[in-house]
Design a protein around this ligand. Structure first.
Ligand SMILES: *[C@@H]1O[C@H](CO)[C@@H](O)[C@H](O)[C@H]1NC(C)=O
Ligand SMILES: *[C@@H]1O[C@H](CO)[C@@H](O)[C@H](O)[C@H]1NC(C)=O
Ligand SMILES: *[C@@H]1O[C@H](CO)[C@@H](O)[C@H](O)[C@H]1NC(C)=O
Length: 659
């Protein structure tokens, strides 16, 4: 069999050719792209990959590559192999999944080097309810010499159309279970995986919710006793660039490459599913996972909306018999870098996808002013800086309708955001190691081809006085706290030495570690890496889930009368929780409460962060005592095992004079 490694390796090898020169050679050396319309099917074929789509539905029914007649699960119905789908609701409705079935097929581009086809469906007022009120145009593109194909979609809700909520928008690929057994989602998160059958009731025991099972009688004995749950394979969006599956007989890799985050919601830390047992690979654009329904786009009062999702690239690679997983994975990563560099793509024919010249850029330098730490402004090293729809500071976290453009500043705080779609944005930022959200004071209008230099920006994190003590690191995650070992019945071997928080059932370890008394932390004595449980969860009292109260003990040599102390509370995740804070008296009404917060479900979904929130509490001197003090943190909501918060960082400052 021919060695079919992608041209990326060849480019590296042939160093002296420019990429475009090489592409030219690759194009001329490969057969022309062909399009065949055969009744109920449309076939795109470039001699390397052959993709079959239903006509006019626009569902991928077959991918022929590398000696495999169909990479997709041939045992599934044609509508359940490679598709775009949405979950949507009428306001107050129950939510319904809809595999997008188009009604019209059109050839957009067809020549030797490129084919682009469109499968669209239109909503009409006469369509009535029961159909998602969107015009949807799904596009598929194949280039000459390319080991794969692209897909993107344009969703449009016209002015005055019915109100609705969009719960999920994604692209799904279900691969052949008899071929694809090895999954890779990062350099270190890859493994030989159980099969879909291993999850069946005869072979597995359901755990606390349906997605999690314990494999009791798997086809391969090595999986016996392991937990399988697709949420153990979630990642932050910033890390979801390439993931997929490998077959060894023959050696073929199937990869979902997402070259840009611009069309995904909720910013770079929003977590999503990637690939999981099926074998299934997803590209998720909209979902409430790890955030809650606050992030969902809800359309009211006939609001018009249009958005382009993608293009994503479905990449295939292969090698001679005996090829190892690592060479296919490394090649897929090289291809991913190539796609990222080619962004924004020049080929999409839709005018709704602006090309490079129609986009703008924003540069600047972010400094951090923390007078109690440093008299000089400090560079906003590795700051996350992004553009999103105008809103409050931090609103990007819940933003689900627009495009977002994020970058990371260098160690000097300098940042450059490129390839921004024309439009009005706020610029937001936060800096790892500091609390608080930065927002540039005025709306920034990015024009086609425009260039905005914001100069030097100064972020002043919340701070009134020196730190008296602190717990954790302000980085929007609870990863630095104590993470227990999993119950030996619930192990996923992938997470024994990395990402230990991804194990199933850790929430139950709290009650075992603290059977009678809740967690108590003593400033100056305790170590948050060992003595601060990663999640403030409920306690299982014989099937009833009770609130728990953690205490922080600290000394004050003297209390300044009339001084205002500050408690800074950064919360990395919350699920139907409420944190009440009391000083030195457990009985009084809370001095402060967050009220009910969060629906991110991150405890159950094995995450270490989710919905981020931040609180500053003014602490009056008469709540404090000279000598020993206690702060009571009560997570006051208890009825299920998955209620609670994960703290990011807690700081006690003071005193400062009231102004
Ligand atoms: C193929 O079509 C695209 C889009 O119309 C065009 O840009 C390109 O030049 C065409 N290529 C050839 C070889 O005709
Ligand atoms: C950091 O940025 C400042 C302002 O642009 C510049 O003067 C300085 O040379 C930069 N330092 C480094 C190490 O890049
Ligand atoms: C726990 O609940 C069960 C069933 O409700 C009951 O039979 C048992 O006595 C309870 N155990 C304790 C220690 O309360």
């Amino acid at each position: 069999m021919a060695v079919l490694f992608s041209h990326v390796h060849a480019v590296l090898f042939l160093g002296l050719f420019s990429l475009s020169a090489w592409l030219y050679i690759a194009e001329c050396a490969s057969p022309p792209v062909q399009l065949h319309v055969q009744g109920k099917h449309v076939i795109m074929d470039n001699g390397i990959v052959r993709v079959t789509l239903s006509n006019p539905g626009g569902v991928v029914t077959g991918i022929n590559y590398g000696g495999i007649n169909n990479i997709l699960e041939v045992r599934n119905r044609e509508t359940n192999r490679g598709y775009w789908d949405v979950d949507w609701d009428e306001p107050g409705g129950r939510g319904q999944q809809y595999v997008i079935q188009a009604t019209e097929f059109k050839v957009i581009v067809q020549n030797e080097t490129r084919v682009e086809v469109s499968f669209s469906r239109k909503w009409e007022p006469s369509s009535g309810s029961g159909l998602v009120p969107l015009n949807i145009d799904k596009r598929f593109v194949m280039l000459r010499g390319s080991h794969g194909f692209y897909t993107y979609a344009i969703f449009e809700h016209l002015n005055g159309w019915p109100d609705f909520d969009l719960g999920v928008a994604r692209t799904v690929f279900k691969l052949r279970g008899d071929k694809f057994h090895y999954m890779a989602i990062s350099d270190s998160r890859q493994r030989h995986m159980p099969s879909q059958d291993d999850r069946s009731p005869q072979r597995a025991e359901p755990l606390a919710y349906k997605e999690a099972v314990r494999l009791t009688n798997p086809g391969e004995p090595e999986f016996r006793g392991q937990v399988d749950d697709k949420y153990q394979y979630s990642s932050n969006r910033e890390d979801i660039r390439v993931h997929g599956w490998i077959s060894f007989e023959p050696p073929v890799g199937f990869w979902v490459i997402t070259p840009s985050n611009e069309f995904r919601t909720g910013g770079p830390l929003k977590q999503e599913l990637t690939s999981h047992v099926g074998p299934t690979s997803l590209a998720v654009y909209i979902s409430c996972h790890y955030m809650g329904t606050d992030i969902l786009p809800m359309f009211r009062n006939g609001e018009p909306w249009k958005k382009v999702f993608g293009p994503i690239f479905i990449y295939l690679n292969s090698g001679p018999e005996g090829t190892k997983a690592n060479s296919l994975w490394e090649d897929a990563k090289a291809q991913m870098r190539n796609e990222v560099q080619s962004w924004p793509y020049s080929f999409p024919a839709s005018e709704d996808f602006p090309k490079s010249a129609q986009r703008g850029s924003v540069i600047g330098r972010l400094l951090v002013r923390e007078m109690f730490i440093n008299r000089e402004d400090m560079p906003g090293s590795s700051a996350y800086v992004g553009l999103a729809l105008p809103g409050e500071a931090g609103s990007w976290q819940k933003e689900g309708k627009g495009y977002q453009f994020w970058t990371k500043a260098d160690s000097n705080g300098s940042f450059s955001i490129k390839n921004i779609r024309a439009g009005d944005y706020n610029l937001y930022a936060w800096v790892p190691g500091f609390i608080g959200e930065y927002k540039y004071p005025t709306v920034i209008s990015v024009r086609p081809g425009g260039y905005v230099d914001l100069g030097t920006l100064v972020h002043e994190p919340p701070r009134d006085a020196p730190t008296l003590w602190e717990i954790g690191v302000p980085d929007r995650s609870a990863a630095e706290f104590f993470i227990p070992d999993p119950d030996s019945r619930y192990v996923n071997p992938l997470y024994i030495n990395q990402d230990r928080f991804r194990q199933y059932g850790l929430w139950e370890k709290y009650g075992l570690m603290y059977p009678d008394k809740d967690l108590a932390y003593t400033v100056g004595v305790s170590d948050y890496r060992k003595d601060w449980f990663y999640a403030h969860v409920t306690r299982n009292n014989n099937g009833t889930y009770l609130p728990t109260t953690w205490t922080i003990h600290f000394r004050l040599e003297n209390v300044v009368p009339g001084g205002i102390y500050k408690l800074r509370l950064a919360i990395a995740s919350a699920n139907f929780a409420e944190v009440q804070v009391r000083f030195n008296d457990m009985v009084v009404r809370p001095h402060f409460t967050t009220g009910r917060i969060g629906r991110d479900n991150s405890i159950a979904r094995h995450a270490i962060h989710g919905f981020y929130s931040f609180y500053s509490v003014d602490v009056e001197s008469n709540w404090l005592r000279q000598g020993d003090n206690t702060i009571y943190l009560r997570q006051a909501r208890g009825s299920t095992t998955f209620q609670g918060v994960m703290y990011d960082y807690i700081r006690f400052e003071g005193p400062s004079r009231p102004s």
